[in-house]
Design a protein around this ligand. Structure first.
Ligand code: ACO
Length: 381
């Protein structure tokens, strides 16, 4: 028997993250602990290597992430050539595509494939995860660069130190962000970093299982993230909250959407039947950052109304949008943040797939006709 949407199907083994009894752990560490104690760079290392980095390893990683953020000229040219109306997730995919064609990436890809094709376990030793580091380091720069293209502003590419989140905020705003905002965004990236076999990660693993290169697998993940049932929900939540004048109008807006047969974006989840633990932390982040928080009471009122009517809890997107709006992001930048964090998880899963690969090739239950005639073209009605 097939399962619609592969619900409940265990499709692979993974040691990277787990959702058990409504809790999310990264390599055994509760996500809340990672958010409170760690940095996004440490979490990326944890996901890739299965252990926390030493101080020296972390310093080395941060240097590599920073240099990956200095985009090759060809990548910037590709981003500048995109129509300003290009959706952010498409721009990210284009940027990664351009990055894949740079000489440095092509060298890395060929070493990936040589080491993974037959003796896949040698990947760990022969390739120090360079493509993964490059992708995680470059994606925020791609997003920030395209943000300026879309806004019709000159490109801004500061060479600054600090965390990946701080550099991203600096590149977007053109000024040094307050430390508490940079820290909160770093924590948001940790919350997004991995989530077991979600749709985009599964897509990445399918591509990796054919031994295609990491850039191709990540582009598949970005394409998958775009849909409104996955990362595209960020934009849907944004529009939904923006359509509500005040918290007092939330319940009637929810009723109108449900009566029209619509789903409320930012609610429901395939795996969690109770609260999504990340939503609770995103709500705390949203409440903590300064600036505008005009959507927090509205989101709370929507959550109350949806629970009362459907018994559904917010997923990660409801309060992440409130948080990102409080950081004064726009809808497109907000959409990018999910991908910036999840790049750590995608690349970890791709490396895990290479390290113990078998082609992912399931079967389909055939529901077509048993036997049919080939009608000559002149006799078809
Ligand atoms: N609003 C209203 N009703 C909903 C919602 C929602 N957001 N989510 C699920 N339901 C209802 C369905 O209508 C269905 O009801 P029924 O049994 O009476 O027909 C029931 O709950 C089960 O829904 P399914 O579609 O079977 O749930 P599934 O596991 O396939 O979908 C999904 C999960 C896609 C996340 C769904 O909850 C949804 O569409 N949510 C809105 C989009 C969204 O927020 N996506 C972000 C997901 S999280 C992420 O990627 C970060």
């Amino acid at each position: 028997m097939s399962s619609r949407g592969l619900e409940g199907v265990v499709a692979t083994e993974s040691a990277i993250s787990a959702i058990t009894d409504g809790r999310l752990v990264y390599r055994g560490i509760p996500v809340e602990t990672a958010v409170n104690e760690g940095s996004f760079a440490e979490v990326a290392w944890l996901l890739w290597h299965g252990r926390l980095p030493t101080q020296a390893q972390l310093g080395h990683l941060e240097d590599h992430l920073a240099s990956a953020g200095e985009l090759p000229r060809d990548v910037v040219t590709r981003l500048r050539g995109l129509p300003p109306t290009t959706p952010m997730l498409v721009a990210l995919r284009e940027g990664v595509g351009a990055l894949a064609l740079t000489p440095q990436s092509l060298n890395l890809q060929s070493s990936n494939l040589q080491s993974s094709s037959l003796q896949s376990s040698s990947l760990q030793s022969s390739n120090p995860h360079s493509s993964a580091v490059r992708l995680v380091g470059a994606l925020p720069a791609i997003a920030a660069q395209f943000y300026h293209v879309a806004e019709g502003r000159p490109l801004f590419a500061p060479r600054v130190s600090g965390s990946l989140a701080a550099r991203f905020l600096h590149a977007v705003r053109g000024e040094v962000p307050p430390p508490q905002e940079a820290r909160a965004l770093d924590q948001a990236l940790i919350l997004y970093a991995d989530h077991e076999l979600n749709a985009s990660t599964f897509a990445a693993r399918v591509v990796a299982s054919t031994l295609a290169d990491m850039y191709s697998a990540v582009i598949a993940a970005l394409c998958t993230l775009k849909g409104p049932l996955h990362g595209g929900a960020t934009a849907e939540v944004w529009r939904f909250l923006a359509s509500i004048e005040s918290p007092a109008d939330a319940a009637s807006r929810v009723d109108a959407a449900l009566e029209a047969g619509q789903r409320i974006p930012g609610f429901g989840h395939r795996v969690y039947r109770g609260p999504d633990p990340r939503a609770l932390v995103f709500r705390q982040l949203a409440a903590r950052v300064g600036g505008q928080q005009r959507w927090l009471p509205t989101a709370d009122a929507v959550a109350e109304a949806v629970y009362a009517r459907k018994g559904l809890y917010p997923n990660t997107d409801l309060y992440s949008v409130v948080f990102l709006q409080a950081l004064e992001f726009d809808i497109e930048l907000a959409t990018a943040v999910f991908a910036l964090g999840r790049m750590a998880g995608w690349t970890a899963h791709i490396l895990e797939q290479y390290a113990n690969n078998r082609l992912i090739r399931p079967r389909a239950q055939y529901t077509g006709p048993e036997a049919a005639e080939w009608t000559p073209i002149g006799q078809r009605g």
